[in-house]
Design a protein around this ligand. Sequence first.
Ligand code: ADP
Ligand code: ADP
Ligand code: MG
Length: 436
Amino acid sequence: MFSKILIANRGEIAVRIIRACKEMGIATVAICSEADRDAIHASLADQCVCVGGTAASESYLNQANILAAAKLTHAEAIHPGYGFLSENPEFAQACADHDLSFIGPTGEVISRMGDKDAARRLMKEAGVPTVPGSELLSDLDEARREAERIGYPLLVKARAGGGGKGIRRVDGPGELEHAFVTASQEAQKAFGDGGVYMEKYLSPVKHIEVQLLCDEAGNVVCLGDRECSIQKHNQKVLEEAPSPAVDPDLRRRMQEAAVKAARAAHYTNAGTVEFLLDQDKNFYFMEMNTRLQVEHPITEMVTNVDIVKWQIRIAAGVELDFTQEDVQLQGTAMECRINATAPGTVDFYYVPGGPWVRFDSALYQGYTVPPYYDSMIGKLIVHCPDRESANRKMQAALCELVIDGVPNNIEEQLTILNHPMFKAGTYDTGFMNQLK
Ligand code: ADP
Ligand code: ADP
Ligand code: MG
């Protein structure tokens, strides 16, 4: 096992990983930007290295400085968390080149699945259903021809996309040029890769994803599904596990497809296969996230498996010590993402407690939320034997949670939980547009 790990991230996920390390007896090194010297992750770790300026490009994305920090502190492995360098194949390879274990799949696997167009082709070959669409588009003329073939409405999607960026909906031929150009530009700016392709826009659909753990000996275990259809601008807002729309037979078929996907990719470590599910219970591969997912805690709650600890063990060469038969999904877990809607200073802070309530956050009283990074400031998670009581527990916990001084979305989460369509479990990805 590793004796020291560097956590190349910030915020709640850095705190989450530091906790896992502490419980495993592993020493921790945090990194921070100049704007994050007062951040809680920096003081919770055994050591902290300031790796650069406020801009993420100077610090949390600064590969050379992060590798140097790992070497200087004699860390043996790097956990990238989510976002930042977590899906950067060059960084995973650079870690390997510097004799550091990257806690995630290899750079080769990350690039195989990170190129969504290449991933779609690989899935088709493996017999995993994909959304009807095009391959990478070379120019607008090709886009026009392909759009006629696929039919409207459709989505122009960046092959390097993530976090909801680089996606444009096109309802008719008149909108194609604008969508093609802006999706490409946005992707070029965000990912340094302007390549785009198209997919048929499916509606109404649910976003259902399957969590996997794959060890280096080739054992693959599915940790069930999560439903993430409550989205704003293609970004998840509230997630639950398991999906209320997935019956045992459908669950078995989706898990089989997810395992097929992972095997086709020669996948190792924790990963998530995202699917769209239509009203006739057809499901289609959307993408594979080759990293820890924001919403991993709800899976931890219903399976009793600590995903972060297993990520670390798998990277250290440990084999999974349980099989698919050991995984029993218990009850329902829900997660509300608490987002800052503007920067601010926490001047009064109260965190809910009680049984089966978990708050993953990096806030504290007096902390100033900086405007430079992700707006997510916490994740409130509850676990109950059934969906209805999980909803009630979440509402009670949200009412207790106080983050004065930082404008946030707690009220909006309560509105979602009280909506009849949410209560019925029949909501789809269009839910947030219909809200109000
Ligand atoms: P998930 O399915 O885990 O929610 P997302 O595609 O929404 O995955 O992205 C993961 C998270 O990382 C999101 O909260 C997103 O805002 C954040 N994120 C993505 N890219 C970056 C980045 N470059 N810097 C900081 N956070 C990022
Ligand atoms: P990202 O990498 O940014 O997470 P995804 O490909 O996972 O991008 O898509 C993000 C969201 O956009 C999905 O969760 C879903 O709500 C919506 N979406 C993506 N593809 C389609 C599609 N073909 N039809 C309808 N909705 C889609
Ligand atoms: Mg996605």
